[in-house]
Write a protein that binds this ligand. Sequence first.
Ligand code: COA
Length: 249
Amino acid sequence: MSDHIIVERRGAIQLVRLNRPDKKNAITRAMYDRMASALRAGDADDDVRVHVFLGAPGAFSSGNDMQDFLAVATGGDHGKDVFDFLVALASARKPIVSGVDGLAIGIGTTIHLHCDMTFATPGSLFKTPFTDLGLVPEAASSLIAPQIMGHQRAFALLAMGEGFSAEQALDAGLIWKIAEPEALEAEVIAAAEAFAAKPPEALQLAKKLVKGPREPVLDRIREEGELFLQRLKSDEAREAFMAFMARKK
Ligand code: COA
């Protein structure tokens, strides 16, 4: 179970790799928990200067695990794992570089709104089918995405569930660069090494200034989270999760 998230140190880089390729890197509660711990530990460790997130070939992530969604929809405990991860992500003091190849669904897209430099391969797909699942946007995406890309594109992404190609994501300011699949990891690591070579205090201050105040972001994560939980228990959501499960058979 624990190797669904691999945490690795490479010099001053802490690399978090999503490693559940058989499920297209769908993220379970245990995986959120592991990523939150890694982010907090890396942020607190002076030997770490930059965080990196990578997925698997073909799938950065297919989003939150549908079985976990269904468990909450049918009366299970929702826990704090997702919330804790989002808080750690939004509060990280050190730069975050990410690399996407292929699917980036739900949180697989919104995570990059908190990253400082994202690379994606030409065939990547960014998509958040929140409303189709009876849900609402999360990860403060309803606040950050309109700031980055303007209302109409953010609405298309977050409310309409339109898929964005890598080109569209680049155009929308969701990612920094397009990289060929065979060069993706090397480009991500090179960018992380460039960050790691900077004076760390100055870099962290620069990130803090560029990102702006965290309170509105954390408030929005909370507000969305409350709605999200209500929606998880709605008939609309339950039907959508069951339809996904049935589709597999
Ligand atoms: N949660 C749990 N399992 C998931 C998953 C998810 N979010 N996404 C994919 N999987 C599983 C599938 O059930 C399948 O498992 P199986 O082999 O045991 O049947 C496996 O991963 C491969 O997925 P599959 O659907 O066969 O691949 P695909 O290439 O045809 O489609 C997706 C990929 C991502 C488009 C499709 O799986 C999908 O729509 N997933 C749900 C995405 C989603 O809505 N996420 C939540 C966003 S808020």
